[in-house]
Design a protein around this ligand. Structure first.
Ligand code: PEP
Ligand code: MN
Length: 338
């Protein structure tokens, strides 16, 4: 931590700052320049978290040196990307993984058809929500445990591992008993009780960026999970809220390469929720892989027009097959396979 003093700071004020910092267990180094005095704090700066430095007289500004997220930070790991294994696959390896399936599990027949279709087109995981976060309390909110049972059955039919959302800490163990990967949705990215809960489960976590979350918020949410012992976290850029109304969200493409530099965790993109429109899914997917994403999560439905949620952004089976064919060249350009 570096503390920059005000121009007119007095010797007594410098002594007081030093006392406060040293009382927190750090050492100090005072550097008196021509125009400014700098107080360097040496030691674990997390110990200064509870000291209101900016309100101490004579303090002009405070600059942390360390990242607030330690476990998620890039230099925590010797490898540029940690591989998060799900079934036989690994997010963050040479292959870009694609999770595909409907927004919601609506029934057994549609899940079976979707599972077979996306597997044939090269998907690595099957997605589908059994617990759905809906903006309106009157909308379809999922089949709950019955939906989880359907997902588990389709896994045995197709061999595809399952990723599905958990919304409530009280359901975490139940969802984990069926799912191969636990999805934390955008609306719950800062549900700290839920993050702590999945941090105690030994299941990989797909952590989606909150719709108003900064990338630092996202990494701190990952840190919650990791600090409880579960290091298997995959981050997902799914678009954020901005002033634009033309697309459902604004796809933050820069988030992908920024996160890849800042963290060792794998990073994937969700072009379906980002654009909110079927015809935007392919171009956003291409851009994400070209920018270095480790994979995608894409909504696919046997008959999007009758979908109970997110039909406008869901691909048909043919649309998904075309997407997978089109993606190969972008994965290759980024030095990956599909
Ligand atoms: C979903 O994946 O269907 C979903 C609800 O996504 P998000 O949490 O990103 O809105
Ligand atoms: Mn959806």
């Amino acid at each position: 931590m570096i503390i920059v003093a005000r121009k007119n700071i007095t010797a007594d004020q410098i002594d007081y700052i030093r006392e406060r910092v040293e009382a927190a267990g750090l050492r100090t180094h005072i550097s008196i320049g021509e125009t400014r005095t700098i107080i360097g704090c040496i030691g674990d700066e997390a110990r200064l978290a509870g000291v209101p430095l900016l309100s101490i007289p004579g303090v002009y500004s405070v600059h942390p040196v360390m990242r607030p997220y330690k476990l998620a930070a890039r230099d925590f790991s010797a490898d540029p990307t940690t591989v998060v294994r799900v079934g036989d696959h690994g997010f963050g390896g040479t292959k870009c993984l694609v999770a595909a399936g409907p927004c919601s599990v609506e029934g057994s027949g549609m899940m079976s058809k979707t599972g077979r279709a996306v597997a044939a087109s090269g998907a690595s995981l099957l997605r589908g929500g059994a617990f759905k976060p809906r903006t309106s309390p009157y909308s379809f909110d999922g089949l709950k445990e019955q939906g989880l049972k359907i997902l588990a059955r389709i896994r045995s039919e197709t061999g595809l591992p399952i990723v599905t959302e958990v919304m409530d800490p009280r359901d975490a163990e139940l969802v984990a008993s069926y799912a191969d990967m636990l999805q934390i949705g955008a609306r719950n990215m800062q549900n700290f009780a839920l993050l702590r809960e999945v941090g105690q489960l030994q299941r990989p976590v797909l952590l989606k960026r909150g719709m108003s979350a900064t990338l630092k918020d996202l990494l701190l949410a990952a840190e919650y999970v990791m600090s409880r012992g579960n290091m298997q976290v995959v981050l997902c850029e799914r678009g954020i809220r901005t002033f634009g109304a033309e697309t459902r969200n604004t796809f933050d493409l820069a988030a992908v390469p920024w996160l890849k530099k800042e963290t060792h965790l794998p990073v994937i993109a969700d072009p379906s929720h980002a654009g909110g429109r079927r015809d935007l899914v392919a171009p956003l997917s291409y851009a994400a892989l070209a920018a270095g994403a480790d994979g995608l999560i894409v909504e696919v439905h046997p008959d999007p027009e009758t979908a109970l949620s997110d039909g406008d952004q869901s691909l048909t089976f043919t649309g998904f097959d075309d997407l997978m064919r089109g993606l190969a060249v972008f994965a290759e350009a980024a030095g990956r396979s599909l």
